[in-house]
Ligand binder design. Structure first.
Ligand code: CUA
Length: 326
């Protein structure tokens, strides 16, 4: 009989071996020190046992060097764990600059994914192997948590803000996705699959779906017009509202003189609560869109605004290099 009860998850991301190494190191240290302590208890219990009925305990002093040794060695071991752990932690939390961005929305009780090309799928995410992938995630309702044991690491998916998680798959295959934060009746069923494919297979898979947006949904550009964002945020004038091209990822100055980085969370706040952080030189004229946009629509708008910056940055840099060349 084959037991389908793996004691240790598959290792399928660049993070997995790093995290496993530190895990096994900590485990080995724990086992060795537990054995040493147990042996010491046994030895000392026998060595200092009561040998006569009228014997009273007396003080025994250990030398200063013994004290120093049993303080310094554990300290050194803890520091190794701390520095090593911090290194792996920073690696796990900082997506590489060239990571490809996918989007995730959790809701009771399913996972919705969106590819950079706009294709959407539910509970299954297809990704290419060997490419760093960054997930920008949010929740439509309560707190969920994105966890793929084979990739290690996991990240909470929160309502009202964006969190990120990144991974680079090291081998093709199907890997289970779990929600690891209790989120209601069907929490245990809120799972899915990450299908890791060879890059060529992935390209083919994606090409077969070209033009399909998945479940019907207006694109960010359509929403930008439909919600009349474009009456004020125009590309030909920035009198009424800030120019959005080329601002994503940069810092802007606010009316109170402080600086803020334009990222997903700032755009989100500015759409839902436009008066919170107004860019210097503008009046808080924009109406709130709170309650008028679904998480999906908000995400499409933000993706659209981000895409504006990409184009512009590319144009600006090519214009600059042309200028430099001439
Ligand atoms: Cu979603 Cu538990």
């Amino acid at each position: 009989m084959k037991l389908d009860f793996p004691l240790f998850p598959d290792s399928a991301s660049t993070l997995a071996p790093q995290l496993d190494a530190i895990y096994f190191f900590a485990l080995a240290i724990s086992i060795v020190s537990s054995i040493l302590i147990a042996l010491a208890v046994l030895y000392l219990a026998i060595r200092y046992r009561r040998t006569a009925d009228n014997q009273i305990g007396e003080r025994e002093r250990a030398g200063i060097w013994l004290e120093i040794t049993w303080s310094v060695i554990p300290f050194a071991i803890m520091m190794v764990m701390f520095v090593w752990g911090a290194k792996v932690f920073f690696h796990a939390r900082r997506p590489p600059a060239d990571a490809v961005e996918y989007y995730v929305i959790g809701k009771q009780w399913m996972w919705k994914f969106q590819h950079p090309e706009g294709y959407r799928e539910i509970n299954t995410l297809h990704v290419p192997v060997g490419l760093p992938i960054k997930l920008t995630m949010t929740s439509e309702d309560v707190i969920h948590s994105f966890f793929v044991p084979a990739f290690r690491g996991k990240m909470d998916v929160l309502p009202g803000r964006y969190t990120t998680y990144w991974f680079e798959a090291t081998k093709p295959g199907s890997f289970r996705l779990f929600c690891s934060e209790y989120c209601g009746t069907e929490h245990s069923m809120m799972g899915g699959t990450i299908e890791v494919m060879e890059e060529r297979d992935y390209e083919k898979w994606l090409a077969a779906r070209a033009g399909e947006g998945g479940p019907a949904m207006a694109s960010g550009a359509e929403l930008f017009a439909a919600r009349t964002c474009d009456t004020c945020h125009r590309t030909d004038s920035e009198l009424q509202a800030p120019y959005l091209r080329g601002t994503f990822g940069h810092e802007v100055e606010l009316t109170d003189g402080s600086m803020v980085r334009v990222d997903e969370n700032y755009l989100r706040e500015s759409i839902l609560d436009p008066g919170a952080k107004v860019v210097k030189g503008y009046q808080p004229l924009m109406p709130t869109y709170k309650g008028q946009l679904s998480e999906d629509e908000l995400l499409q708008l933000i993706i659209y605004i981000k895409s504006l910056s990409d184009d512009d940055a590319a144009e600006a840099s090519s214009a600059a290099s042309e200028e430099a060349a001439s």
